[in-house]
Design a protein around this ligand. Structure first.
Ligand SMILES: [Mg+2]
Length: 215
């Protein structure tokens, strides 16, 4: 496999092991609003979705949400992430191997910007990505639309077809494929077969990543 012109990383479930923490917060909120739900059920229902995309589904169950609900829960999540963002084992080493090989990197996430920056700082990766950090708030449409990966590729000054995307969710894999990128699917939260059905090449451990990238 020839080495990519840039590697574009998803954040949650790829760099940060945040899904359970976020889903615990979401499930507590929804249970209080009258939609009783466990963290595991929240994960199944909303994996890979940006908060604004969750609103219609939630409102169909509990009625209209307070107008500042997205902002409030986003602030709550950012606060937790500032305290401690659990890393995905091996992800920072894989990322550093890519950087050491001279390949540009970016991060592209369906998180809000404040929440995403909190995760990058907490993981010690803010300087690695510098200004190549993209939240759904930076583009017109979140994943599964391709916008965020197109923006990330442009920030690396390379064509999307020459980029590799690292994803772990179905909406994320779809976004990367829609942007025209090769997608490696980290089978952590979502089974390998599901990721490959959406066009990703699945892998099981971050230690495999440099070799899969031809580095
Ligand atoms: Mg993810």
């Amino acid at each position: 496999m020839s080495r990519p012109a840039a590697v574009l990383f998803d954040c949650d479930g790829v760099l940060a092991d945040t899904e359970m923490l976020v889903n615990t917060l979401v499930s507590e909120q929804l249970t209080a609003l009258g939609w009783p739900m466990s963290a595991a059920e929240s994960r199944e229902t909303f994996l890979g979705m940006a908060l604004p995309d969750m609103v219609p589904r939630i409102e169909a169950r509990v009625g209209q949400l307070p107008p500042d609900w997205v902002e409030e829960i986003s602030t709550l999540i950012a606060h937790e992430m500032n305290r401690r963002t659990p890393p995905i084992p091996g992800a920072a080493n894989a990322l550093r191997a890519v950087v050491a090989a001279g390949v540009p990197v970016a991060v592209a996430s369906n998180s809000g910007r404040a929440e995403l920056m909190a995760k990058m700082r907490s993981l010690g990766l803010a300087a690695v990505f510098a200004d190549r950090v993209f939240s759904f708030e930076d583009v017109d449409r979140p994943k599964p639309w391709p916008d965020i990966y197109l923006a990330a590729a442009a920030a690396c000054h390379v064509a999307p077809q020459d980029c590799v995307v690292i994803e772990d969710s179905v909406p994320g894999v779809r976004a990367g494929r829609a942007a025209g990128c090769r997608v490696l699917g980290f089978a952590h939260e979502t089974p390998a077969g599901v990721l490959s059905a959406h066009g990703a090449e699945p892998f099981a451990s971050m230690a495999e990543l440099p070799a899969l990238l031809g580095l």
